[in-house]
Design a protein around this ligand. Structure first.
Ligand code: SF4
Length: 347
């Protein structure tokens, strides 16, 4: 016997749920896992073409695990939150090395893999194996917060605990994969952030937020906090061939593992570095418009300064984490948003 809440959701799903998404075809743990990671903080319509290219290049976990990280980051270019791609790569290698390329089927084991939390582990096991686990992604949090009028921000442990309790309470023991997909679909297509379609919603009868006439008040908002602002100089060092010097960033931190312009705190540091590496005086040929990027924990204002090398085209730094690059360079590594934005602006 399916509980009333889940029954309504499943009846709605049978008529209106999404059944033709690429990762719903042959839903192996690998295919579902990649889709779940891509869908974090990203809309389905944006993910679909990325997912297609990713699956073509990395059709299975072994191919992904064996690939160079640069290839993985390249296919992620533009999706943002690059730690997702780095974790994906790391997890593929663990699944290859510790699980002989077969994903664990136990939720606790799954949660030990990089980038896989409780909800993602539950979604993978539910959608690929039909295991009965509750999920609580952003869409499901919104539906449950409204249905039960849970007022707090879900980043607060107390509120999160309440939402998990509701998610567990409504979980059916049958048709779990359909129910998981249905809850995601309801959040994405009916119980949307700004204009929920309550009149079409199968949960309307029991929904407290609807009864109060203010679904948009739920879930509670994250307390406002001004993002710190940071500034830095980006060196656009141009050689006689019109190429710019890019630096391979360290594996962690912002744009980790991507290729970007060398950054400096100020012009003195930049001048010292140029003198040390190129015996070059720092004469700024152009100050280009500031590039601003907002990360989850700060906002970065990058002032690009173009410096032209007066020496013979410098190849001395090629390799070893350095690359001379221009728009038509064939290169398989991932580029930072700053580099992509710069080249878009000059096209
Ligand atoms: S009735 Fe409206 S607010 Fe309540 S769950 Fe349905 S769509 Fe969301």
């Amino acid at each position: 016997m399916i509980p009333e809440f889940a029954n309504k959701v499943l009846i709605w799903f049978d008529q209106h749920g999404r059944k033709d998404l690429p990762w719903q075809q042959h839903p192996t743990p690998y295919r579902v896992w990649v889709s779940e990671i891509m869908l974090q903080q990203t809309q389905v319509a944006t993910v679909i073409p990325y997912y297609g290219r990713f699956m073509q290049r990395f059709p299975d976990v072994l191919t992904l695990a064996d690939a160079p990280q640069d290839d993985v980051l390249k296919l992620w270019e533009g999706l943002g939150y690059y730690s997702r791609a780095r974790n994906l790569h790391k997890t593929a290698q663990r699944v290859r090395d510790e699980y002989a390329c077969v994903f664990p089927t136990d939720r606790a084991d799954m949660e030990t893999l990089s980038g896989i939390g409780r909800s993602t582990a539950a979604a993978i096991l539910s959608l690929s194996h039909g295991q009965a686990h509750a999920i609580l992604d952003g869409n499901v949090k919104r539906v449950l917060a409204r249905y039960h009028a849970v007022a707090g921000w879900s980043g607060e442990p107390r509120t999160l605990k309440q939402l998990w309790e509701h998610a567990e309470h409504h979980l059916p023991t049958q048709r779990n994969a359909d129910y998981t997909q249905a809850m995601m679909d309801m959040g994405a297509t009916l119980c949307t952030r700004s204009k929920p379609l309550c009149l079409l919603c199968p949960l309307q009868d029991g929904c407290k937020a609807f009864q109060q006439g203010k679904p948009q008040d739920y879930p509670g908002k994250r307390p406002k906090k001004d993002l710190p602002e940071k500034t830095a100089l980006a060196l656009l060092l141009r050689n006689n061939d019109g190429e710019l010097l890019l630096q391979h960033r360290p594996p962690t931190g912002i744009w980790g593992g991507l290729w970007s312009f060398p950054e400096f705190a100020d012009e003195t540091a930049m001048a010292d570095w140029l003198a040390q590496h190129f015996a070059q005086t720092c004469i700024v040929a152009a100050r280009l418009p500031t590039l601003t990027h907002t990360f989850s924990h700060y906002r970065l204002h990058l002032q690009p300064l173009q410096v032209d090398l007066d020496a013979h085209p410098a190849r001395i730094m090629e390799g070893n984490g350095w690359l001379w690059y221009k728009a038509d360079t064939h290169f398989t590594g991932g580029l930072s948003a700053a580099v992509r934005q710069f080249f878009q602006n000059i096209e």
